[in-house]
Structure formats: C-alpha cells, structure tokens
Design a protein around this ligand. Structure first.
Ligand SMILES: Cc1cc2nc3c(=O)[nH]c(=O)nc-3n(C[C@H](O)[C@H](O)[C@H](O)COP(=O)(O)OP(=O)(O)OC[C@H]3O[C@@H](n4cnc5c(N)ncnc54)[C@H](O)[C@@H]3O)c2cc1C
Length: 381
C-alpha cells in the first residue's frame, strides 16, 4: 500500500505530538517528514526557573526525537506553500510534494514594553537575575511583572513573580514590593472563575500585589506607564514578550501572522493543510493546547486514510503546572465556555501526570521516557 506523505513545518511541541499521534493511529499508512531550521527541540517551560537557579531550559536533539517517532528530519525551513500543486519549497529552494501538510512553525517573540526587561524564555535570565541581585542588595525596592496582551500564555508571568517572592523570602530580603500588572480582568482568568479566584488568593497570601485590567505601555524614569491612563511607580519592570505568528508564504495569516483554523484544525480555504500550536489564531499560546490540536489533526488524517476512528473536534482543556517556589500547583479549566465553576487550582494534579510542564496525550510520557534514557543538554547551567 502506498503511504501518504505528511510534511510538518516546525520542530517544536505541535510537531512532535503530531508525529507521535500519527505513528500511533496511522503508523503503517503514513510517512512523516519534519522540517525545521533548528537541530534542537527546545522545552521552554523550564525557562522560568533559570533566573532563580531552580531549573534549566532543556534542549533535545530533534533528529533523535524524530527517529523515536518514526519520522525523518530536514534541517531547513519551509519558505512557501503551493496549495494547488500540494507542494512546499524550502528556504534552500528544494521542493517537496505532500498529501497532507501541518503548519507548526510557532510564534516569534517581539519586544513588548520599551524600557522594561523582556523575559524571552532563553538567554535573558541573566537580566532578571541581575535585578534580583539588586533587590537583594537593597539597591532596588520594587519590581513589577507584566505582559502586553491577553492573547498569549500568562502562566510564566505569575511563576516569575512567585519564584521571585520565594527567593527573596528565603534570603530574608524584606522591604521589597512585587506587583503583577496584567491586562487580564483577574489573574489567570483564562482558566475560569474558580481557578482565578484561588490564584488571586495565593498571590495575596504571598504578598504579591495585582493590578488587573491594565496594559503596560513603556517604562521610563521609574514609572510604568499604562493604559487605561495611569502609571505605577516602580524600580524595575520585567515583561513577557509580544507574540506574532511565523509566516509562511502561500498560507493565509491574519495581520499578526496567525493562521485561522476550523474545529478540525484545518487551515481555512486550504485543502489538506492543517495548523497547530502557537502559529494558530487560537488565543491561548500554550504547549498543552498545541498538543491537543496536533491530536485532532492526527485523528482527522487517520480517519481520511480509512482508519476506523471517530475524529474529535478541537474542544480544548487548559492544564497548567504552576511553579510557586514551594510545592507546585495544578490548574485546569475548560475553554469551550460555561465551565468556569469547575475550573480548579489544586495541590495534586487532576490528570495523570509525569514531571513535565507540558501536558499532552503523547508528548508528556514521551519526553519523560527520553529523559530516562539520556541526559538532556541544558542551557545556562
Ligand atoms: C517561558 C515560557 C514558559 C512556558 N510554560 C509553559 C507551560 O508551563 N506549559 C505549557 O503547556 N506551555 C508553556 N509555554 C508555551 C509553549 O512552550 C509553547 O506554547 C509551545 O512551545 C508551542 O509549540 P509550537 O510547536 O507551536 O511552537 P514551538 O515549540 O515554538 O516550535 C516551532 C518550531 O517551528 C520551527 N520553525 C519556525 N519557522 C519555520 C518554518 N518556516 N519552517 C519550518 N520550521 C519552522 C522552529 O524552529 C521550531 O522548531 C511556555 C513558553 C515560554 C516561552
């Protein structure tokens, strides 16, 4: 039997989950090829621990991961797609035809708040560490954490604040004010009302102030200027970056570079092309969401290839592991609407878990298994 050729543009979370799900559901019917300009699969959630020396970003060899999923890697990015011809061209000019294409090229990170320190998640931890040093030495007395918009992933914002509070408390550094300035109506509102209230209580218990419904504009002369019009007097500001989708020619993107998809994660107006992960216009840019989209895509492709499976539509559940500097907390919420009351923040995970921070049907156990079989390379250790 001829195998269907599935090309994946991207070598990140959505890509590996798609390859794993396809191997499980349609193993002998597909050949999967991953295109990525980078040799590394970067597991970014651990980045929040870098400034506090409690964790390090893990990098895995993409070719090794792909081989374990039965996929092949091309170390090149996809530059353009010719949907009519069902073909892609790489940046190096090579052409490849496909039966199915999965766009999983992620988001690029943009500078968000002039004057503030940006927490890029990689290679910026030194800036945050320097600020922490100045708080410990008594040179600075206040620090604000912020993010430019609600359409992203807010968890690292709260983790950075909680980890900072924990480090300062353990060192006996008092007389420091920590504030979270967020455009959200309430902390981690995306999880739902109940979880958000519990999050607010946790922050209050830890003495972290919250200014909600407020967008940061710029930081100058000791003032964080905000919209609605106002300012916060503060010694330093750390902001999460602004996200924009990574564009590929031939794919329709919205003005911010994101790709619109339907409930089967098909790219609108493009046959046989799907998209998953941060590049999609789905407002929550999160690894767990990327894996759920990847699973929907794999099920849909498997069903189209005649495998006896009822493909699910995308009905996201948000799961987050919150590092607090003490015991972690587990957040869960349904994004389909109407589930606000059942959202939760608990001391034990309400899902089957291993140690990872990205909760995915296949990826979580897969990464845990890889970790057991090798030592991942770390940055900044
Ligand atoms: C500090 C931080 C903490 C986080 N914490 C969590 C957490 O606790 N839990 C959680 O679930 N999520 C977390 N996230 C979010 C999570 O890391 C992302 O949502 C996830 O990595 C998105 O996966 P992706 O596959 O869409 O994109 P990525 O993982 O970014 O992968 C995109 C891939 O596409 C490649 N690429 C780019 N352009 C092209 C092209 N033209 N052709 C081919 N390849 C291309 C890139 O090289 C890369 O390999 C965190 C993120 C950050 C920054």
């Amino acid at each position: 039997m001829m195998k269907s050729r599935v090309l994946i543009a991207g070598g990140g979370v959505a890509s590996i989950e798609t390859a794993l799900a396809l191997r499980d559901l349609a193993g002998d019917r597909v050949e999967v090829e991953i295109f990525s300009p980078s040799r590394d699969f970067v597991y970014r959630p651990y980045a929040v621990g870098e400034p506090y020396d409690t964790a390090h970003v893990a990098r895995y060899d993409l070719e090794d991961l792909a081989a374990r999923c039965g996929a092949k890697v091309h170390l090149d990015s996809i530059g353009s797609v010719d949907a009519g011809a069902q073909a892609v061209a790489t940046h190096d000019g090579e052409k490849f035809s496909y039966d199915y294409l999965v766009v999983a090229s992620g988001a690029q990170l943009l500078w968000p708040v002039p004057g503030a320190i940006t927490f890029w998640g990689i290679a910026d931890e030194l800036d945050v560490r320097k600020v922490m040093g100045r708080l410990h030495s008594g040179e600075l007395h206040s620090l604000a954490f912020t993010m430019p918009g609600v359409e992203s992933w807010a968890l690292p914002l709260y983790e950075l604040a909680l980890l900072a509070e924990s480090e300062l408390a353990k060192a006996g550094t008092d007389d420091v004010t920590l504030t979270v300035v967020t455009p959200e109506d309430s902390p981690l509102q995306i999880f739902g009302r109940r979880a958000s209230e519990l999050m607010g209580a946790l922050l209050e218990e830890r003495g972290i102030e919250v200014v909600s419904g407020t967008h940061p504009v710029r930081f100058e002369n000791g003032q964080l200027i905000t919209v609605p019009e106002g300012h916060l007097d503060v010694d330093a500001v750390v902001s999460l970056p602004k996200l924009e989708g990574r564009r590929i020619r031939g794919i329709l993107h919205d003005p911010d570079g994101f790709v619109q998809i339907d409930d089967r994660c098909r790219v609108l107006k493009r046959d046989r092309i799907f998209a998953a992960g941060d590049v999609t216009s789905f407002p929550v840019k999160q690894g767990g969401i990327a894996t759920q989209q990847a699973d929907v895509i794999a099920e849909t492709i498997a069903a189209e290839l005649g495998i006896d499976i009822e493909p699910q539509s995308f009905d996201p559940i948000l799961r987050g592991v919150l590092w607090t500097g003490e015991e972690p907390r587990y957040l869960q919420g349904w994004l389909g609407g109407g589930h606000g009351e059942t959202s939760s923040l608990t001391a034990e995970p309400p899902w089957k878990t291993s140690d990872g921070k990205i909760v995915g049907r296949y990826l979580t156990d897969f990464i845990a298994e890889v970790d057991r079989s090798q030592t991942p390379q770390v940055i900044g250790s």
